[in-house]
Design a protein around this ligand. Structure first.
Ligand code: AMP
Ligand code: MG
Length: 403
């Protein structure tokens, strides 16, 4: 059975072979958070565009501003001022953060290290050429690559685009991800469930996870545990870039997802992963749609989506698959788990200022959505460990939506 890193690697390897063309669309920079860039962006000019002071202080010739020296202040430059006059020998100019350093000056001395009396400024500390100045063009030259194709646009990337004047960005269309729950017991959330019915919460959590990952959810509702209904609804899902099913992948008599996919011509890349919850997770391709069959227990569905479906959305969306953001934290309570599978257990990660800690939460297994609402991470307990004593470090997988 594959380990979860092996299963992830397989998802990445296979989705990279996708044959679907990737459409593009134009987005304003304010509207492109989480999108993937489809046309590179280059720098329109030098950055910074002038020698920029990084401090409030005095622009000087460093050789003239040694400790104890006094120079005459001949003016003031603030951010946005046009600077044409050079710094005269024997003089200094008061300068503000973000302002252009005049020619002749090679350093800015922080105002805190000077004393002023009228026009006379006395310098108190040694200084060196270049200090507190960012040289013109040191961050980027005109024409340099600012953002490559395939980069996912977060706040820093959007700021970089805005800085060089790229107000409209060509982005890849987000992968369309069909969501299909399965189960005779599942009812729409707007309906009153019978005593043995369960509301369709998986379609809601999956759509949220798809959106967070940068995909566009396409809701297909629920299929009954019957070959005809399942086939017909899977067919609808095969129109999209990706199809995520929940439920129907275990060993039960009515777990039909794999066999129906098989009949429809699917090729499978894995149908089990050595994790708990989530062991029966299935990944394959049917025609040119990548398909995940995730176990239906709500926490299993969430964990397996985060582990395996996110990198598929990245690759299908034209982006580099993002890393699993694993952290380490000190366990605050001893854990006992059966060895053999890697366990993902709900926890609360907290940084108290000394070292990161993770508190295990009480839960009743992979159906326990209520316990998950108290969590902000999963603790990852390796397959070969049955006991982890309090105080030991454990790996932590943050929930990407709340941390
Ligand atoms: P399955 O993987 O089909 O064996 O389902 C396992 C468990 O998950 C069962 O208790 C189901 O009732 C529950 N479950 C399956 N699908 C959903 C869903 N869409 N929403 C909430 N719970 C579900
Ligand atoms: Mg079921």
């Amino acid at each position: 059975m594959l380990s979860y890193p092996e299963a992830r690697a397989r998802v990445i390897e296979q989705t990279k072979k996708s044959s679907r063309p990737r459409a593009t669309l134009s987005k304003t920079v304010n509207d492109a958070l989480g999108d993937v860039l489809a046309r590179e962006i280059r720098s329109d000019r030098e950055y910074p565009p002038f020698h920029r002071s990084t401090r409030d202080g005095y622009a000087v010739r460093s050789s003239e501003a040694s400790p104890g020296a006094t120079l005459k202040c001949t003016g003031e430059i603030k951010a946005g001022d046009t600077v044409t006059e050079p710094l005269a020998p024997g003089a200094c100019i008061q300068i503000m953060t973000g302002a252009a350093v005049p020619t002749g000056a090679d350093a800015v001395v922080m105002i805190e290290f000077t004393a002023r009396s009228g026009d006379a400024v006395t310098f108190q500390r040694a200084n060196s050429p270049g200090q507190n100045i960012v040289q013109k063009g040191s961050e980027a030259h005109a024409g340099d690559l600012t953002l490559p194709v395939g980069i996912r646009l977060g706040f820093a990337e959007l700021a970089a685009a805005a800085q060089v004047g790229a107000a409209e960005l060509l982005c890849y269309r987000r992968p369309r991800v069909a969501i299909l729950s399965t189960g005779d017991e599942i009812v729409p959330i707007a309906e009153t469930p019978g005593p043995f019915h369960i509301r369709n919460s998986n379609s809601v959590s999956l759509a949220a996870q798809v959106r967070l990952a940068g995909g566009e959810p396409v809701q297909l509702g629920n299929a009954l545990d019957r070959v005809d209904d399942l086939s017909a609804k899977i067919e609808l899902g095969l129109r999209e870039d990706m199809l995520v099913l929940s439920g129907g992948v275990s060993m039960g008599k009515y777990d039909l997802v794999e066999s129906v996919l098989n009949t429809l011509g699917a090729e499978f890349y894995f149908d089990a992963v050595a994790i708990r919850p989530g062991k029966p997770a299935v990944f394959g391709r049917c025609r040119d749609t990548f398909v995940f069959g995730l176990p239906g227990n709500p926490v299993s569905t969430m964990v397996t989506f985060q582990l395996f479906a996110i990198p598929a959305i990245d690759v299908l969306g034209g982006a580099r698959p993002r890393q699993l953001p694993l952290l380490e934290a000190n366990l605050t309570k001893t854990l006992h788990e059966k060895p053999g599978l890697t366990h993902f257990l709900p926890g609360y990660f907290e940084w108290t200022g000394i070292s990161p800690e993770v508190h295990p939460l009480r839960w009743h297994g992979s159906g326990d959505i209520a316990a998950l609402t108290q969590s902000n991470c999963f603790m990852v307990v390796p397959a070969d460990r049955s006991d982890i004593p309090a105080g030991e470090k454990v790996t932590v997988l943050p929930r990407l939506d709340v941390i």
